[in-house]
Design a protein around this ligand. Structure first.
Ligand SMILES: Nc1ncnc2c1ncn2[C@@H]1O[C@H](COP(=O)(O)OP(=O)(O)OP(=O)(O)O)[C@@H](O)[C@H]1O
Ligand SMILES: [Mg+2]
Length: 260
């Protein structure tokens, strides 16, 4: 698809994206996430609303991509579609080599398990579980595919280690309602990276953090990339975080464009 919204890791020039290289049928091991002709429409009180317009992009293994844009421009909607948490009205997404359109909800969940991390803008922690349990649950459910990482410590050990890395060891036994917004955000980040995903989507991961803690979390995300070669797809208003990424994409009224 050679649309003005086509953005590939190989080049930010839309003209250079050949129809072959953008075909959803071609699975490159280097491409972890590819969207082709993605659109999202919803029906609201005012009639049909188009949130995303026919956009295409491609994210390579180990790549860090920032998505920036005004509130309401469609960033969270795009992230949810790329990670298979929501279904598009048009177009298709290929994630970790599989076309999401060919999978049902259970199939998409199985694909994500252990390979795809997601940090929600609203955290989405389970209120009846402690911080430690929130992080260890996906590991116990089998999200961890990389047995050597278990290191004899099991899900709880890995979860403890993840909480330590976000500086929350003293809060491990707290329930979400007993945590500040920034602490909940760090639990959500620990939960997303604990299984060692190949691609991590994070929706404003530093949005609720002070400067020093935010910097620590950014370092942690980039360490995940350095250690495990994970791709990072980060929605952010944080200029410093965007600058640190390999590419910056701008979202405007549901259209995506490459930024300098
Ligand atoms: N289910 C829905 N029904 C109707 N409108 C929706 C729905 N989901 C999102 N929208 C609208 O789509 C637009 C894009 O929403 P989205 O949450 O993707 O924006 P965003 O760029 O993430 O904004 P923010 O920076 O404030 O988080 C908004 O105008 C929102 O009101
Ligand atoms: Mg959002």
């Amino acid at each position: 698809m050679n649309t003005p919204e086509s953005v590939s890791p190989e080049s930010v020039s839309p003209e250079s994206v050949s129809p072959e290289s953008a075909s959803p049928e071609i699975v490159s091991p280097e491409v972890l996430c590819r969207a082709d002709g993605l659109a999202k429409h919803v029906t609201g009180p005012g009639g049909r609303l188009t949130i995303l317009h026919d956009l295409s992009l491609s994210i390579g293994a180990g790549e860090a991509v920032a998505i920036v844009g005004a509130s309401g421009s469609g960033k969270s909607t795009l992230l949810g579609l790329l990670a298979g948490l929501d279904t598009p009205s048009d177009g298709d997404v290929e994630l970790c080599g599989e076309r999401l359109a060919t999978l049902d909800e259970d199939g998409r969940a199985a694909l994500r398990a252990g390979r795809v991390g997601f940090v929600f803008q609203s955290f989405q922690l389970l209120p009846t579980l402690t911080a430690l349990e929130n992080v260890s649950l996906p590991l116990e459910l089998g999200a961890i595919t990389d047995a050597p990482r278990m290191n004899g410590s099991g899900p709880t050990g890995i979860a403890r280690e993840a909480l330590e890395r976000v500086g929350l060891t003293p809060r491990a036994g707290h329930y979400p309602r007993q945590l500040s917004g920034g602490e909940q955000q760090r639990v959500a980040i620990a939960r997303a990276f604990a299984p060692g995903p190949r691609i991590l989507f994070a929706d404003e991961p530093t949005g609720n953090l002070d400067l020093a803690t935010g910097q620590k979390i950014i370092d942690l995300l980039f360490a995940l990339r350095a250690d495990a070669g994970a791709a990072l797809v980060l929605v952010t208003h944080d200029q410093a975080l965007a600058e640190r990424c390999d590419r910056r994409l701008g979202m405007r009224d549901g259209h995506l464009e490459a930024l300098a």
